[in-house]
Design a protein around this ligand. Structure first.
Ligand SMILES: Nc1ncnc2c1ncn2[C@@H]1O[C@H](COP(=O)(O)OP(=O)(O)OP(=O)(O)O)[C@@H](O)[C@H]1O
Ligand SMILES: [Mg+2]
Length: 298
């Protein structure tokens, strides 16, 4: 497979974070497949961008796992997957006692995380594998085991995150694209723990900018990995600069407001299957190039 070049982010020199700005490094530090989590305020565009991103990454040759950590469906639509009910089934999970006698859960004996991904994910267009957290736990804890199984996969990906790119193991080759529920706390302490890069999706609106700023501050406290912003639904040239200035995060991608995305949403189809030449697809293509690994990723 051809290597995907890393394009230099298009940032105004004046807006580059300086040494004392308190911002995180702008350099991608990949040695392995891309591992990203999309976060941001509700409705910012996380699922829409993540779906296109995952499929384009797969078209570039990556073996892509798309993780939908939101109990409300979103990513399945933007990927164009007919099956919206995939998750880790209860029978894949077992309870055990740890050394201190606490009840814990893990994938059942003989089932490692890589095998669970293969077995329980849904194959989406372009070969992306979709794994969903599934429905909310319910008052009686109905889906609890299923959620524990999902967490076990996140744990395994997190452990593997820091290992060398050439490490063996069934997870090493997976690129991961996570779609996280809207909100602030979970991205850095919970659902986003597998990611090397957290992508904060921000609209150029006052509420979204404020959310982006809060997420950026939390990221500093949480010592999260590389955290950057994507300006979404931009309509004017100054919009991306506004996002960068207000959030304090480096904007590594700009996605214009695209009526084709709205139409795809209305029809319940993936944007890539409706109009693959649309401005949003072009913008996400550039984003994939920016983030993709230096080395071929299968
Ligand atoms: N670049 C864009 N141009 C036009 N419409 C867009 C764009 N990005 C997203 N949208 C639209 O914005 C709405 C919200 O998008 P999406 O569902 O992806 O947001 P989200 O961040 O995943 O929301 P939630 O937090 O509710 O899961 C949808 O109607 C979607 O079609
Ligand atoms: Mg969503």
């Amino acid at each position: 497979m051809p290597a995907v070049p890393i394009a230099a982010p298009t940032i105004e020199p004046g807006l580059q974070p300086g040494p004392d700005s308190g911002l995180r490094s702008v350099e991608p530090s990949y040695g392995g497949p891309v591992r990203v989590a999309f976060v941001g305020k509700g409705g910012a565009g996380k699922s829409s961008i993540a779906g296109v991103f995952a499929r384009l990454l797969a078209r570039d040759g990556a073996q892509v796992l798309a993780l939908d950590s939101d109990p409300m469906p979103g990513l399945a639509y933007s990927l164009g997957v007919p099956n919206r009910e995939t998750g880790i089934p209860a029978e894949a999970v077992e309870e055990y006692e740890d050394d201190s006698g606490r009840r814990r859960h893990r994938l059942r004996a003989g089932l490692d995380a890589g095998a669970a991904i293969e077995q329980y994910s849904t194959v989406s267009p372009d070969g992306v594998r979709l794994l969903q957290l599934g429905k909310t736990r319910g008052v009686k804890g109905e889906n609890s085991l299923s959620h524990q199984g999902y967490q076990a996969i996140l744990d395994a990906l997190q452990k593997q995150r820091s290992t060398e790119p050439d490490s063996t193991g069934s997870l090493a080759d997976w690129a991961v694209v996570g779609d996280l529920p809207g909100g602030t706390r979970q991205p850095f302490f919970g659902w986003g723990r597998f990611a090397r890069t957290i992508l904060v999706v921000v609209e150029p609106t006052p509420a979204s900018l404020l959310s982006g700023r809060r997420l950026a501050r939390l990221a500093e406290k949480a010592s999260a990995p590389h955290v950057v912003a994507i300006a979404n639904k931009t309509r004017e040239e100054a919009d991306a600069d506004l996002v960068q200035a207000r959030t304090g995060l480096q904007v590594i991608g700009e996605v214009p407001f695209d009526p084709a995305q709205r139409e795809a949403d209305r029809r319940g189809v993936a944007l890539l299957d409706l109009d693959s030449d649309s401005p949003m697809v072009a913008a996400v293509t550039a984003l994939v190039s920016t983030l993709a690994a230096k080395e071929p990723v299968r």
